[in-house]
Design a protein around this ligand. Structure first.
Ligand SMILES: *Cc1c(COP(=O)(O)O)cnc(C)c1O
Ligand code: SF4
Length: 458
């Protein structure tokens, strides 16, 4: 493979300590590279950014995006709004509001209306996954879907260094208060984990928990460490900071404190797993990201990687193979390839399951066993994480083969099941059982939903 360096890397030395400069809708026109676009193109971006929140920063703009390759560039599509990310009817609705000299509240009303039509809380997240303490307190800043692992959304971690245009977490960024899962106290988290000895993993998620200053982050972590929870074996941090702002671990003024907190987890005998989101090889090429990975690994933390498969960004088997190889080379462990879920701009990013499996298979055939730790393509659907294993023929009938990597009921895991072949199916809801009238988990899933509804109302 040719040694490609990022064309813009020389602008920023590896040992520079840059300050983050953020760009959102309000200063989009101040981005120097935006001068390349026509007024009409900029207006299109503004229409979309009223609905799907936009945020980029100087590192993403100067080091990750190849502006000679725009609008086709993957990193550009990953972070900048594009006309077709909205369905044409939604685009038209917002464009006509903007053309009529609107008051801010008219824009907001239209944005909220469109957002509600975008299925902001898929996979039963709101009702089904909210945990309850023994004293009856409902923990809206947490989700507990799979037995061993609970998700925690620290309230100061509900934003990111830049936003991904495909992201299903966007309801949390746009100020729709009733949608915000957030919680103030690490104490309630510790209490919940104490009450549930089956939990071994806490996954800090967001937004991006690594947006938090080291002081706040360490307050959460130390609360957990000081609670001496015998069942807590792993703390996971879901983050895209390695990709969008590697200086967090390299040169920000509190970076050593962040790394020190990582070390304390390790010293306590708890495994620290950084669940790093990398969507494209371009994110692994700068000097800063390589140094950040090295610094994080030196604390004793492991880095596992994951990404959805996305049309217009990374629907390319060769790119995935190179990305996994590069991750292994840098000491990271490829973990999940996801199918993009049924929310937001799925019509723009979605990849049908049959095609997703083909890309996965072609890519995994090209890497050594150390890269084959990755699993997928996987849908995080209501019953669990469902992986497509491939297409097969059973008694002359073409079927799609699936299994669960995670299930609301652990007994569902790793049980193969079959759906009628459907080349266009994009999500579990599109599938029909191949040989029965229901999938094996459906009755039990309905029971779980009923029980949860009752306990939430009590
Ligand atoms: C993916 C996921 C987890 C973690 O699952 P693992 O297979 O253990 O990585 C936990 N909770 C939710 C809701 C998830 O989607
Ligand atoms: S970094 Fe993660 S949470 Fe933030 S916008 Fe991207 S995918 Fe969403």
């Amino acid at each position: 493979m040719a040694q490609t360096t990022n064309p813009q890397e020389s602008l920023w030395g590896v040992d520079s300590s840059p300050a983050i400069k953020s760009y959102t809708l309000s200063n989009l026109r101040k981005i120097p590279q935006i001068e390349k676009f026509t007024e009409e193109q900029i207006f299109e971006m503004e229409v979309v950014a009223q609905v799907l929140p936009f945020k980029a920063n100087n590192y993403v703009i100067e080091q990750l995006i190849d502006w000679d390759n725009v609008p086709g560039d993957s990193m550009f599509n990953l972070t900048f709004p594009q006309k077709h990310m909205l369905k044409s009817e939604h685009y038209g609705m917002m464009a006509s509001v903007l053309k009529n000299n609107p008051a801010p509240k008219e824009i907001k009303a239209m944005a909220d209306k469109i957002r509600l039509e975008l299925n902001p809380h898929p996979a039963g997240q709101m009702e089904l996954n909210v945990p309850v303490l023994k004293d009856g307190t409902k923990l809206y800043g947490m989700q507990h879907k799979y037995k061993e692992t609970t998700l925690f959304f620290p309230s100061q971690g509900q934003t990111c260094h830049a936003y991904c245009s495909f992201c299903f977490r966007w309801p949390q960024f746009v100020g729709m208060d009733e949608m915000k899962f957030a919680m103030k106290e690490g104490d309630e988290l510790a209490q919940y984990v104490r009450e549930h000895p089956e939990i071994s993993d806490i996954l800090f998620t967001g937004g991006d928990p690594m947006i938090m200053p080291a002081k706040i982050f360490s307050a959460y972590i130390d609360t957990l460490l000081d609670a001496d929870l015998p069942n807590l074996k792993t703390i996971r941090i879901g983050t895209k900071a390695l990709s969008y702002w590697p200086y967090k671990f390299v040169s920000d003024k509190d970076y050593q404190e962040t790394l020190e907190t990582f070390r304390r987890v390790n010293k306590k005998g708890i495994h620290l797993a950084i669940m790093a989101h990398f969507n494209h090889l371009a994110e692994l090429k700068t000097g800063a990201v390589k140094l950040a990975i090295k610094n994080v690994r030196e604390t004793g933390a492991q880095i596992r990687t994951q990404s959805p498969l996305l049309t217009n960004i990374n629907d390319d088997a060769d790119m995935w193979a190179e990305m996994w190889q590069k991750q292994v080379e840098l000491g990271c462990i490829p973990y999940y390839m996801f199918v993009v879920r049924d929310t937001g701009a799925q019509h723009y990013f979605g990849v049908p399951l049959v095609k997703a499996h083909k890309i996965f298979q072609q890519a995994i055939q090209k890497v050594s066993g150390l890269g084959r730790t990755v699993r997928g393509p996987s849908m995080s659907a209501t019953p669990g994480k469902v992986q497509i294993d491939g297409v097969a023929e059973v008694n002359g009938t073409k079927v799609m083969v699936f299994r669960m990597l995670q299930g609301r009921n652990p007994e569902w895991v790793n049980r193969p099941f079959f759906a009628k072949y459907d080349e266009n199916a994009i999500w579990l809801d599109d599938l029909k059982p191949a040989f029965e009238d229901k999938f094996f988990f459906e009755d039990e899933l309905n029971e779980i939903k009923q029980q949860k509804k009752q306990s939430m109302n009590s």
